[in-house]
Design a protein around this ligand. Structure first.
Ligand SMILES: Cc1cc2nc3c(=O)[nH]c(=O)nc-3n(C[C@H](O)[C@H](O)[C@H](O)COP(=O)(O)O)c2cc1C
Length: 366
């Protein structure tokens, strides 16, 4: 089984292997954001598929933060009973699998993956101080609900141009008060969100954070700035930083990164060494996500100091990929070709692997 099958302790959470299901918008909740049966089925499949740590799709901390019609919500206590069911499915059928809810606010609609995004009317550059403080409290309250619902950790979407990432990037943050300007000011929102979360969940509950390593935008943050952000988050006590990248036009960007990465697969490989250095002497662990498809690459990344291997699209088409690679003789790479059709699909419909949908050939003829 090698390194991939080795367990890992992150704060109070023991993860049975090194597979991280990177957050994936499901678009399968009901219209208000309550957990629906389709979601339970998806998590049942993932739980049985062998992933050690499953992170849910981005779940909104405020009604204005919702980006997709059928996205999950955690902005009110009324969502706790549904979330409890989801945690229970993973814990009942996952043979020790752990589960975190990714909390997020979409920020200004139109960034990130927001194909057909809802416009919640939130505009970072026009926000009043009171609006900002309210959203920070909302993150803390959402984290409390995640813990109360029985999940093992809370994950924060700090990447891809959504609200936290929007604050961080000089391209999207044009504020001239203490929330904008230099990096220290642009980091303030992330730091305050972290403090609000920690205050609610306590020190023993793992807090995970997805962070860009580069915005890939002219004038945006590069690894230089993100090293500083990672350093600060690690010093504050974030338990895991998941390295990713990009703001806007993710589909096109990822196609470009995939072409550039070639056989190396992992798009953000070059960030590992410097990010390791950034979190040195802290308890913070690192995950790497983006383009990872094959067993040899996964093992190589673990040897290079990555703690968890993040995968998203491969688990949409093969939810049992981890079990296959760990326990079956079939060690072939994921059949996912990173075509991004799944990403386009969530604009209006529940997530699914479009490329290998057996009904696709029929649909094409209609
Ligand atoms: C359909 C779809 C939905 C996604 N939803 C989220 C999300 O909710 N939160 C998040 O942080 N990233 C999200 N992502 C990005 C993935 O987590 C991941 O970073 C990206 O797809 C690269 O990893 P991969 O090559 O293994 O797919 C999504 C990606 C896809 C394709």
């Amino acid at each position: 089984m090698g390194l991939l099958g080795k367990s890992l302790k992150i704060n109070s959470m023991e993860i049975k292997n090194r597979f991280l299901r990177s957050a994936t918008v499901e678009n399968m909740a009901d219209i208000e954001g309550y957990v629906a049966d389709a979601l339970l089925k998806l998590y049942y499949d993932l739980a049985r598929g062998g992933t050690g740590l499953i992170v849910t799709g981005a779940t909104s901390v405020e009604a204005s933060g919702k980006a997709f019609v059928n996205q999950m919500s955690a902005y009110d206590d009324k969502f706790i009973p549904g979330l409890k069911k989801l945690a229970k499915v993973v814990h009942t059928y996952g043979d020790g699998a752990k589960c975190a809810v990714q909390i997020f606010h979409q920020g200004t609609a139109g960034y990130g993956y927001s194909y057909g995004a809802l416009d919640g009317g939130y505009r970072l550059n026009d926000l009043k101080e009171a609006d900002i403080l309210k959203t920070i409290v909302a993150f803390g309250q959402a984290a409390r609900r995640v813990k109360e619902a029985g999940f093992d950790a809370v994950a924060v979407h700090g990447a891809h141009g959504y609200l936290l990432s929007e604050f961080l990037s000089p391209v999207t943050n044009n504020r001239n008060d203490h929330w904008g300007g230099g990096l220290e000011n642009r980091m303030r929102f992330s730091i305050e969100v972290y403090s609000a979360i920690r205050e609610q969940v306590g020190n023993d509950f793992p807090v995970l954070w997805k962070l860009n390593t580069n915005d890939y935008l002219e004038g945006g943050n590069t690894i230089k700035e993100y090293i500083q952000v990672a350093k600060r988050l690690a010093e504050l006590g974030v338990d895991l930083i998941e390295l990713s990248g990009g703001i806007k036009e993710q589909s096109k960007l990822r196609a470009k990164l995939r072409a550039e990465a070639g056989a190396k697969e992992a798009y953000f490989l070059q960030a590992i060494e410097v990010m390791r250095e950034a979190v040195v002497n802290t308890k913070t662990t690192l995950a790497l996500t983006g383009g990872i498809r094959s067993l040899p690459v996964m093992e190589e990344l673990l040897e290079k100091g990555v703690d968890l291997i993040g995968i998203c699209r491969p688990l949409i088409c093969e939810p049992d990929l981890p079990a296959r690679l760990l326990f079956s003789p079939d060690k072939r790479s994921s059949k996912c070709t990173s075509c991004n059709l799944c990403l386009h699909h969530i604009a209006r419909q529940p997530v699914k692997c479009v490329e290998y949908d057996p009904f696709r050939s029929v649909l094409k003829k209609i």
